[in-house]
Design a protein. Structure first.
Length: 186
């Protein structure tokens, strides 16, 4: 476990509050003073918004580049208003949204002699993936594989497609594959 349940549930409420405040006031909410101190740690964080069991926005920080408290507020607002796949969330749909915050471990490169070995290194349901080839980079959270019933090869292929590269790029030596774990709060 990376953070306590108390801190994770705090982040979940904070993500909701950050979006609601912005929708009501047209500006970013100030960071609260009374948050759990453990959220000062730099952690990767993603905020996912779903509406009627369908993705409505998902933005985050795969790398631990800022304190979890700040990353959550930024990612929540971005998921609501800056996800290029969707229009901005409106105040009228706010109550229909389901919120999810995923706190990530630091990504670690998977080193293999042959691409077949990825199947021994990746566990569906536990690991999320980042695939990078040149400037192209794609990330899928651990829950994406289980929600879509992917096997390991399909998970690798879909992460490649998310990066905008061909589905079989993960077999290419010039492609780097990273795994990370996520702690999910809903």
């Amino acid at each position: 476990m990376m953070i306590s349940d108390r801190a994770g549930n705090y982040l979940l409420k904070l993500a909701k509050d950050s979006i609601k405040y912005y929708l009501d006031n047209g500006e970013k909410m100030q960071k609260p003073d009374d948050y759990p101190i453990e959220l000062d740690e730099n952690l990767g964080v993603f905020v996912t918004l779903n509406k009627n069991f369908r993705l409505r926005g998902c933005i985050g920080y795969p790398e631990p580049v800022m304190p979890a408290i700040d990353a959550t507020m930024e990612a929540a607002l971005s998921a609501a208003i800056n996800d290029p796949r969707f229009p901005e969330v409106s105040i009228s749909e706010f109550d229909d949204l389901d919120f999810e915050v995923t706190v990530l471990t630091k990504p670690e490169m998977i080193v293999v002699a042959h691409p077949d070995q990825y199947k021994e290194e990746i566990e569906i349901g536990r690991d999320g993936l980042i695939i990078q080839k040149g400037f192209a980079k794609g990330l899928l959270l651990p829950q994406v594989a289980t929600e879509n019933h992917f096997d390991i090869e399909e998970f690798l292929e879909n992460t490649c497609m998310k990066a905008g590269i061909s589905a079989d790029s993960w077999m290419d030596e010039s492609c780097d594959v990273y795994k990370f774990q996520g702690q999910i709060f809903k």
